[in-house]
Design a protein around this ligand. Structure first.
Ligand code: FES
Length: 277
């Protein structure tokens, strides 16, 4: 009950001190309640159960029917001695104390937050979205040298829509391949622009941001568990635990020479999840 009270009282977590206070009281209340339960069990064993020494001689591993019968009798007698069968107050108190421990678990599950619904499948990318670099400027044709790459976002970094959740989904790598290297997947023939391709920066294994590009081999490497994606081949996985290629963002260049997306991602970015289908 103390855990639940602490959860309700310290629910606004706006500063690091709020978080510290909340953790302190949640931890203390859980410690006191578990300690109380332990003390109750110790007290029960020490003062309510009969204390006498028992010696059990070694015997063959397989028990005879006679031994099984004796063992059953000993267990039943032990059960009788604990008093759990007779002392209904003890039984109910223990049941209630253990039952109450289910309630903090409910609160912890609730704290996982609302169901994500469609938010995992959508990002801020859409038709005509400019590709902004991390300094907040639209990336233009000619900004990237052959064999180089940059991280791009669908808004300026200080745009209020760019929350941490959106940033965690929307980061994209714009890569300029050597001329003629790209082999577009069927149906994606116009998703690249003059050897520039754009792929989600979020690893499809567990969602780490991909940071390494092997220029000679044209491969993207995830630093977390070394998943490797072959860029000219629709970023298909060639090594590591990732189960899917990196989603591709279709891009073109507008009249001002700035890169724009022609649509959003056609599939969810990041790790797989169970509702993904
Ligand atoms: S998160 Fe990228 S390989 Fe595991």
């Amino acid at each position: 009950m103390g855990f639940i009270a602490s959860y309700v009282i310290f629910h606004s977590l706006n500063t690091i001190n709020d978080v510290r206070l909340s953790n302190l009281f949640l931890g203390l209340s859980l410690t006191v309640s578990l300690g109380g339960l332990a003390a109750g069990i110790i007290g029960w064993v020490r003062w309510l159960m009969p204390a006498h020494e028992t010696v059990q001689d070694r015997h063959a591993l397989a028990a005879s029917d006679e031994d099984l019968e004796i063992a059953t009798q000993v267990i039943m007698a032990g059960l009788e001695e604990t008093g759990i069968a007779r002392r209904s107050l003890l039984k109910r108190t223990l049941g209630l104390a253990l039952g109450l421990f289910a309630l903090p678990a409910v609160l912890l599950l609730r704290d996982l937050g609302p169901l994500p619904r469609k938010t995992l499948a959508t990002t801020l990318w859409g038709p005509n979205t400019l590709l902004f670099n991390e300094a907040g400027f639209p990336v233009k044709l000619g900004d990237l040298e052959i064999g180089s790459f940059t991280t791009v976002l669908p808004t300026k970094p200080d745009d209020p829509r760019m929350t941490e959740e959106e940033l965690g989904k929307a980061a994209v790598l714009l890569i300029r391949l050597e001329p003629g290297t790209n082999k577009p997947a069927p149906g994606r023939e116009n998703w690249a622009f003059q050897d520039h391709v754009a792929y989600s920066k979020i690893c499809t294994h567990l969602g780490c941001p991909i940071q390494l590009y092997q220029k000679q081999a044209h491969k993207l490497l995830c630093p977390c568990h070394q998943s490797t994606f072959e860029v000219p081949n629709a970023c298909k996985v060639v090594f590591g635990p990732a189960g899917r290629p990196l989603p591709q963002l279709p891009i073109t260049v507008n009249a001002n020479g700035e890169f724009v997306a022609t649509a959003g991602f056609d599939r969810p970015v990041g790790p797989s999840y169970w509702e993904r289908g």
